[in-house]
Design a protein around this ligand. Structure first.
Ligand SMILES: Nc1ncnc2c1ncn2[C@@H]1O[C@H](COP(=O)(O)OP(=O)(O)O)[C@@H](O)[C@H]1O
Ligand SMILES: [Mg+2]
Length: 487
């Protein structure tokens, strides 16, 4: 079995998202598709998995020419894809999601479905509670559910689009083990990533895309410098973080207890100063999110107090927090941060105008300014889902009001290429210089160590320790995240 793509071209207006792409992958191969944000990786994989139609080109699997008109066609041909933003239906249960699109002729009843889910997930070493709402699963668990479902539907080619963003270190290890096992079973596994280290660690072979074209192909291992060169055509120089100039306290937790079912943060005493950058480290679901949500006023503490700039906000709402200069950018850019279907101009109108009549000319103008100011690749009329992840994040940042006291972020650079991530941080550090305190959760040790003044490490649903970044290195921080202190 081999998957062959010939001359795949996909344009959006004048943009050639995929430009005459050829690619062959043999069975039993774990193949990396590497390239910076906007290189055209997701577009190509959506073509292969039937989500979008190419303008031209052919796909053959096993020597058979495929004519894919829908994801359903693709899955029937044996091709399944896990998307960058997992497409799990959040309001439904695990079992509902699993049974989604199950082979039409043999409709299973729920008992049979549950048995199938248990059997398939058992073979893969996953375990699910069928009645749980998909909403309550971590991103890593949602992926496991999708893998189980697609294999159950008979996938022989499995595509993973940026699967490590937003999952914990442990889940990543588990995911990689699964991917290797699937390739060893003879499947074609395509691992889409902009992260060089991951492709190096995991893949047998790699294709590098840049600006919609194949710019390199290689069997692994290959010197990383070669891959970087292919990806970017240039090497980046890192920027140094200017020293913090800490101001008065902007956020105070006084003996706070915050709980939300899985999390129990108790007796939290912490004061965060203007212009301070605080990184939240920990495995996914260790308490970072409730902490951020409490800081944003989305959940109240069970006991203790929360103050903003010396003002008691313990029982204040999210809106009160907004009014007090707090802004929260959540991890799910498309799920929570932006409104799908709306254009950039409509977003700007929503955030900046009030009242009944919208001045569209003004909204267009303001949108255009933001686009230019933040180098968003799009126009005021682009819908937000048409933007790449980096551009969505830039847009979110551009709509963040100026002069904030406190900016809360989850995974600010998740899924972004080096250049976009760097740009985001330039803008964030600029805000910090203006006195905004920044609290961000990240699964990227490098990002935590590079940008935080202090790091709060969460473990097992509570705060494990708060440390000065200067005292930590990657290894010691890794230990703390695992709930241990390096001897
Ligand atoms: N639906 C769309 N409409 C317009 N442009 C799009 C659409 N989808 C992707 N693009 C553009 O195509 C290019 C490639 O995007 P994508 O395939 O998502 O890249 P990658 O996955 O490598 O980050 C980007 O410039 C992106 O903005
Ligand atoms: Mg992509």
């Amino acid at each position: 079995m081999a998957l062959e793509l010939r001359g795949i071209t996909k344009t959006y207006g004048t943009l050639r998202a995929n430009d005459d792409i050829d690619l062959t992958i043999e069975e039993g191969t774990l193949h990396g598709l590497l390239g910076e944000n906007g290189a055209g990786k997701s577009t190509l994989m959506k073509v292969v998995s039937g989500f979008i139609a190419a303008d031209s080109g052919e796909i053959t699997l096993d020597g058979q020419r495929l004519n894919l008109k829908s994801p359903q066609d693709a899955i029937e041909a044996g091709i399944g894809m896990l998307h960058q933003d997992p497409l799990v239906f959040l309001p439904f249960t695990v079992l509902d999601n699993f049974l989604l699109g199950s082979p039409g002729s043999t409709r299973l009843d729920r008992r049979e479905g549950e048995a199938e889910l248990a059997r398939m997930s058992g073979e893969l070493g996953f375990s699910f509670i069928p009645s749980r709402l998909a909403r309550t699963l971590t991103v890593g668990e949602r992926q496991q559910l999708e893998i189980t479902r697609l294999l159950w539907l008979g996938a022989r080619v499995l595509i993973f689009d940026e699967p490590t963003t937003g999952i914990s270190a442990n889940q990543r290890i588990q995911l990689f083990t699964t991917l290797r096992a699937l390739a060893e079973e003879g499947l074609i596994v395509i691992f889409v990533s902009h992260k060089l280290e991951e492709v190096e660690e995991l893949c047998d072979s790699v294709t590098v895309l840049r600006q919609g074209r194949v710019v390199g192909e290689a069997e692994m291992p290959i010197p990383p410098a070669r891959l970087v060169e292919m990806m970017f055509g240039k090497i980046f120089v890192e920027s140094d973080k200017p020293p913090a100039t800490l101001g008065a306290s902007v956020l105070d937790f006084g003996s706070c207890t915050i709980s939300d079912g899985t999390t129990h943060i108790e007796g939290l005493d912490l004061s965060i100063g203007a212009g301070e950058v605080i990184g939240l480290a920990g495995l996914e679901g260790s308490g970072q999110r409730p902490f951020l949500r409490a800081a944003a006023g989305l959940v109240g503490p069970d006991s203790g107090s929360i103050e903003l700039a010396g003002r008691d906000m313990t029982h204040s709402s999210y809106r009160d927090h907004l009014a007090a200069g707090v802004h929260y950018i959540p991890a799910g850019r498309l799920e929570e941060g932006l409104v799908q279907g709306l254009t950039i101009a409509e977003h700007v109108a929503l955030t900046e105008q009030s009242g009944f009549l919208i001045d569209w000319e003004e909204a267009d103008g303001a949108a255009q300014t933001k686009i230019e100011d933040y180098f968003v690749k799009g126009t005021p009329q682009s819908t937000v889902e048409s933007l790449s992840g980096g551009n969505q994040q830039r847009l979110l940042l551009s709509m963040t009001p100026p002069g904030l006291d406190l900016l809360l972020m989850e995974h600010p650079t998740r899924g972004l290429d080096v250049e976009s991530a760097d740009y985001i941080w330039q803008r964030l550090l600029q805000r910090r210089q203006e006195g905004t305190a920044i609290i961000f959760a990240s699964a990227d040790l490098d990002e935590l160590l590079r940008y935080s003044d202090r790091i709060i490490v969460f473990f097992g649903g509570s705060v494990f320790t708060v440390c000065d970044t200067a005292d930590q290195d990657g290894e010691s921080l890794g230990y703390l995240i695992g709930g241990k202190v390096r001897a």
